[in-house]
Design a protein around this ligand. Structure first.
Ligand SMILES: [Zn+2]
Length: 237
């Protein structure tokens, strides 16, 4: 697909979504959808590079749209979270870029992309380590090949483990790069890890998990069931 005619949905305008959206806009993506229900907080300004002090308290999607207006021809804003009640927004886009900060949203994005036959790029960062997974439109290998389901135990998140601003910047740029590759029909199943302590970047092909509940030959997940993602409120993990 031509980048200039592509419609890309960025889920989460945090430390990963901001640089990813910026890179995609400057790469010439035709339409950028921004989806986030949060407001700009000054404690996040060091890594959420679309925003400035003047944006404090404003909806991230509005501040982000303003920052990207020069670079991207068409920007659409969705002031909501990706939820079991809002996921059909995804159908209006060609590809999903997911930089959410919580596991229920990441799993929901994975399931929605698969069930909508949309490619998706997942980006995550905790402390010095970043991970980027590119999933093709046919759905596999997928996020649930890597992590089968939301863990019962609370996993460390960037809230409690902290995250290095430059690491999320690298992850955001990689997410944008992988999205463009997927739009060109390349890079399906690419799993990239980045270790900011030593600058090590490693890309490998993720093997499909035999019997994966999402992309396997007899998938257990065939519809969006709100209970699977912590209920309608999609409470953080
Ligand atoms: Zn899978």
């Amino acid at each position: 697909m031509e980048i200039a005619s592509a419609r890309v949905l960025v889920v989460g305008l945090g430390g990963i979504g901001c640089p990813a959206a910026l890179a995609l806009a400057h790469a010439g993506v035709g339409t950028l959808g921004l989806l986030d229900d949060d407001e700009v907080d000054e404690t996040n300004l060091h890594r959420q590079i679309l925003f400035s002090e003047a944006d404090r308290g404003k909806p991230k999607v509005d501040a982000g749209a303003r920052a990207l207006r020069q670079a991207c021809a068409r920007i659409e804003v969705h002031a909501t979270r990706l939820l079991p009640s809002t996921w059909e927004i995804v159908r209006a886009y060609d590809i999903v870029v997911e930089g959410a900060d919580n596991l229920p949203t990441k799993f929901l994005a994975a399931d929605v992309a698969r069930l909508s036959a949309r490619p998706v790029v997942h980006g995550a960062a905790v402390a010095w380590r970043g991970t980027v997974l590119a999933v093709g439109a046919d759905g596999g290998p997928c996020y649930r090949c890597l992590f089968e389901d939301i863990p019962d135990e609370r996993a460390p998140s960037c809230d409690d483990a902290g995250v290095m601003g430059p690491v999320v910047g690298v992850v955001g740029a990689l997410v944008a790069d992988r999205a463009i590759r997927l739009l060109r029909g390349e890079g399906r199943g690419s799993l990239t890890t980045f270790d900011g302590r030593v600058g090590a970047l490693r890309e490998r092909q993720l093997p499909a998990r035999p019997g994966c509940p999402l992309c396997g030959p007899t998938p257990a997940i065939t519809a969006i069931d709100a209970e699977r993602y912590g209920g309608p409120g999609c409470a953080s993990i």
